[in-house]
Design a protein around this ligand. Sequence first.
Ligand code: IVH
Length: 678
Amino acid sequence: MNFTEAKLLVGKLTAELNEHNHKYYVLDKPEISDYDFDKLLEQLISIENEFPELLSPNSPSQRVGGAVTKEFKTVKHKYAMLSLGNTYNENELRDFDERIKKAGLNAYEYVSELKYDGVSISLTYVNGELRQAVTRGDGEQGDDVTTNVKTIKSIPLKLSGNYPQEFEIRGEIFMPKNVFLKINEGIRKQMEEDGFGEEEIFEKLLKNPRNAASGTLKMQDSKTVASRNLDCYLYSLLGEKLPFQSHYENLTAAKSWGFKVSPHMEKLNFIDDVISYNEKWETARHQLNVETDGVVIKVNNYEHQKFLGFTAKSPRWAIAYKYKAASASTVLDFVSFQVGRTGAITPVANLKPVFLAGTTVKRASLHNADIIEKLDLHEGDTVFVEKGGEIIPKITAVDLTKRKPGVSKIIYISHCPECNTGLVRKESEAIHYCPNEYGCPPQIIGNMAHFISRKAMNIDSLGEETIVQLYDAGLIKNCADIYDLKKEQLVGLERMGEKSADNLIAGVEQSKTIPFERVLYALGIRHIGETTAKKIAYSYKNIDAVMNATAENLLSVGDVGEVIAQSVVNFFSVEKNRKLIERLKAKGLKFELSADALANTSEKLKDKTFVVSGVFSKFSRDDLKKAIEVNGGKISGSISGKTSYVVAGENMGPEKLKKAEKLNVKIISEDDFIKMIE
Ligand code: IVH
């Protein structure tokens, strides 16, 4: 393909991709499959790679992300980004209408829109191309987040139709509810697998969709932003040469240029209609896949808007009507206590089912004993459940007027509901644990379920249900027992035919080829996730070395902190665990790095400790750290007398630089480092 042909094809592919993107993300009417879309995109990317001069800043290829923003530039807004006055009831809204009448306006129209709960954004378009995206900031100036915004598929990079040459359009970037739930589900699942307790998981979960959207927009790596599927509704147009002199008509035009404008915007003539609109959406809003916290009412005509003007902070021609957080009252049936794989106890409130914000709520997590204490929860209490932006319901208070006399307080259990062992609570933690790691059924089963899971030994012929079945039948009590299973023992069991039994045995056999780093992860050592297991495996190369490592020694592995180091040492100090490993070794599981993996490792950096600082061009920070580890080096987070080298990238912190110079530690570049390992 020559340059002219490539240029033509890039133009054609760009137009096609933009159109399909619009159909999928704005109109919700896809015409081609994801597969076909990806094929077109791949084709475009490959031509852009071959002819880099054809890559335009608004190419559809920019939507996948990749660029990293180290620091967001501050940009002054051409038109200040104001906020809105709030109203909370019908009367306040009627007062707003009266003020407009009193100002002397007669024939005015209102536009009612939903108030989306996300982050406001201002987009500038020049000649039909997205030029800049700036956050609200303090209203006067905000952050330039253009690179990240380009990954939001419903925001057009190129417009179509008859748009003004230059204008700004503002709207709300949000994280759809289903995306929010899915991300949290993923975080929870991974952390549970890695042995984190409820309290720690709760800390890491995204708190609500608004928070998640705002955090995502400020991420440095646009690839991560792209993966988080943000969306955007546009609700206001600004500029010198707009096609109409009114809000509704301009937004309708903007829709035809490719923007996603809310389909629920309505032109209304009277305040009574505005109030009906509010009532309609108070419940209907819960069916939407976007969080809303109210309605915005705007005077439609720009002349009227100008006439009404602004107060210091907000327009007089618009106002927000805010919904109260969805809340319901229901009766507490009982509190149950769940035991997790790590022995962490989670108290759960079981409630009389109540309909709240689009779903039926039957249960709410009470998190820990302190929360129960704070609520002063009693048996049979009537409680208020609320769903803010959080989606996960929580009990906010007890309705004391409904408490029956003489009922007793909810007492936190002192013994494990599964094995009756006395619970313990570590000093700094709010969570209770059952310490009977090797005798408490949910902990034993949870450990085995982790062992066979996909990222660990990947024995998919043996699901969690079968684990429970085999445990109940007395056939397995720990991971090593799985390797002793015989076909004859299995066939008699319920739902287990010859074929399933054969499959199960074959799957177990097959798992013996799983590499060392995953076996290490499968052992279920608390706080050892997939990545940490890999790092430890590459540093120590075999299980004996890991077993003999001291906590201090382990700290030199990247990402291993005090808690993890101590957890490893504790695990191997238990006789039962050492025996388990001996048995698994005898069964033929891999307890050392494969020859292939070893070939990629060296001792070139043995006994050298590195500190990594700044941003690199040839490595990501993680890859650089990995390169240090696989070559036998150690990593430390801070510079000390023991540091051998600081690998300095762009933007190395000035404090680190000072310290390195003071302690006479050698500072090397990325290229110097590459030479060391070549
Ligand atoms: S119009 C002059 N329309 O609510 C203010 N704002 O408190 C113009 N918001 O910062 C804003 N949905 O982030 C408008 N349909 C909508 C909205 C909306 C959500 C947010 C926006 C603004 C805040 C105002």
